[in-house]
Design a protein around this ligand. Structure first.
Ligand code: FES
Length: 176
């Protein structure tokens, strides 16, 4: 027996019956599906901001942890390799971190990251001017403390702790 549906009683019944079986089983309201309420938008923005803040904190702590962990003592070479008013390049604390060691005309040992604090070009030692120069935009840094003295850089170079033990020179950590 096939029960007859009286279309005059329920005008929508013909529409429902003409829809495919899967749509009858899982009806989706497309208009409602695309609607994003203000509450949902605020929730999305709040959670997104929170996620970014957490990512920032994690990155900052990871950098500190790496820096602390990478303060191992590293032999740079014999003291004779760095004479007065001379410089030497090395990598510290990782193989991706270029640095420059300088023995000033007065005989003091200093070392800095070779990465310019403006736009990351490699700085070099200018013997004649006794200063550290960046060839990219003519930035310059004080040899004694790494502070910017000319050009666009506004932040000092990252300093590397360096010392002479006997006839050898060692890097002993990053100075924060
Ligand atoms: S990158 Fe060094 S001065 Fe611009």
């Amino acid at each position: 027996m096939n029960p007859q549906v009286d279309k005059s009683e329920n005008p929508q019944s013909s529409t429902i019956c003409s829809a495919p079986r899967y749509q009858q089983d899982f009806p989706i309201e497309w208009e409602g599906d695309h609607y994003v309420s203000r509450r949902e938008m605020v929730k999305f923005l709040t959670l997104g901001s929170l996620l970014l803040a957490v990512a920032n904190w994690v990155t900052a702590f990871a950098k500190r942890w790496i820096r602390r962990d990478s303060s191992a003592v590293q032999l740079l070479g014999p003291a004779t390799s760095l004479e007065a008013n001379g410089s030497m390049l090395f990598r510290y604390p990782t193989a991706d971190s270029p640095c420059i060691a300088i023995r000033t005309p007065q005989g003091a040992l200093v070392a800095y990251s070779q990465v310019c604090t403006h736009l990351s070009c490699a700085v070099v030692y200018d013997k004649a001017g006794n200063r550290i120069e960046c060839p990219c935009h003519r930035g310059a840094f004080d040899v004694e403390n790494g502070t910017p003295i000319a050009g666009p850089p506004t932040r000092p170079l990252a300093k590397v702790a360096i010392e002479q033990r006997g006839d050898k020179i060692y890097a002993t950590g990053m100075e924060v």
